[in-house]
Design a protein around this ligand. Structure first.
Ligand code: SF4
Length: 365
């Protein structure tokens, strides 16, 4: 297969769906970790092709959604500093913090610039030597190497006014945390883009716990094939890591990206929205690169105790305990135009995806 459309071929999709239907007997709940997978599941009607005994459960793999209110509040606090220009990806400026969003802070006069990559923030730093430029860095191992690379770029340019407020989170810790949840999960569709960086070793705790893991791409045939592989493992009582996205993912991952992350960052505790603190699950600029750490430069502590907005059940949705349609505010008080919780803000947020593609999801147990 060479072109995108071949991964959306209806005849092949039907063939794989028939195989899933004929080979699947047990009631199973499969978590798709990533919002990109949830989009494909709903947008292409994949859920409708699955038998009633298979339930897909959305996971916490939307980086915007899991950024804690405290991290957003820290970004807002920095943006209010007249010496600071805060650079952020566009999605983040609409996410509500404890009392307001970055967009509201910008409306009040803070200098907040939307960037498409951290290198844009480095350029702003070069253009504004009398200001301190803070890049609000979010995302998993997919974006962390790019942030690390921007730090190295700033160092090579001898910039003293570039800093990173890191809300980066890493995947292994959250996978273990999911195992400790009360929700029953029988297998995982694992994120192809993250695994392209990390490699597959991080799934060992899941497979050791008897949970099949299949690393998947994002096109409909990728997802269907991955579901079939999970079903086969569950039906035969096997739990191992398989890659159904071998055109992108190698078992060892991207060694150069891992190296640059390890050079610039060291692990630190991370606060996940709705989930809480996960030890050593975040990344902070450290060692030779500590001077780029915005928390150290501006003496900022990220609070670890936070509550969701009244009525919002994002915390339960991110842990796979509820679906957006269980929320009383879904599609009434809360819409993508006027989001109440983080899951309605990003295109990869589960509530936003359910809103746009209008499916209710199935429950099997
Ligand atoms: S619909 Fe809105 S309020 Fe309800 S859980 Fe989702 S984001 Fe929160």
């Amino acid at each position: 297969m060479k072109y995108m459309t071949e991964f959306r071929d209806g005849k092949i999709a039907g063939k794989i769906a028939r195989a899933i239907n004929s080979e699947s007997n047990k009631k199973i709940r499969i978590m798709e970790f990533c919002g990109g997978h949830t989009i494909s599941l709903l947008k292409y009607g994949i859920q409708d092709l699955l038998p009633d005994n298979i339930e897909m459960v959305s996971g916490p793999g939307c980086p915007v959604c899991v950024t804690s209110k405290a991290e957003i509040d820290a970004a807002i606090e920095l943006s209010e500093n007249p010496d600071v220009i805060l650079a952020s990806f566009g999605d983040m400026i609409r996410v509500p913090g404890a009392s307001m969003s970055l967009r509201q802070s910008k409306a009040k006069g803070s200098d907040i610039r939307i960037v498409y990559s951290p290198d844009d923030a480095v350029k702003i730093a070069g253009d504004n030597p009398d200001k301190k430029i803070v890049f609000f860095a979010v995302g998993f191992e997919t974006t962390a190497p790019v942030t690390a690379s921007s730090v190295k770029l700033a160092e090579s340019m001898n910039l003293k006014n570039y800093f990173v407020l890191s809300a980066h989170k890493t995947t292994p810790g959250i996978l273990s945390a999911l195992l400790a949840e009360e929700v029953r999960l029988d297998g995982f569709i694992c994120p192809g883009h993250v695994t392209a960086i990390t490699g597959t070793a991080m799934y060992k705790p899941l497979t050791d716990a008897g949970k099949p893991c299949v690393v998947s791409g994002f096109e409909p045939l990728d997802i269907l094939s991955s579901i079939l592989l999970v079903v086969r493992q569950v039906e035969t009582g096997i739990a191992k890591t398989e890659i159904s996205y071998s055109r992108v993912v190698a078992p060892s991952g991207n060694l150069r990206a891992q190296q640059i992350m390890n050079e610039v960052f060291s692990p630190t505790d991370a606060v996940w929205r709705g989930i809480g603190v996960i030890p050593d699950n975040g990344l902070k600029a450290d060692g030779d690169y500590k001077r780029f750490n915005a928390c150290a430069e501006f003496d900022i502590e990220i609070e670890t105790d936070e509550k969701e907005t009244k009525g919002c059940i994002c915390d339960k949705i991110l842990r796979g305990l509820n679906k957006p349609t269980d929320c009383k505010l879904f599609n009434s008080a809360c819409t993508p135009e006027d989001p109440i919780g983080a899951c309605m803000v990003s295109d990869e947020g589960t509530c936003s995806i359910y809103y746009r593609f209008g499916r209710k999801g199935k429950t099997v147990a």
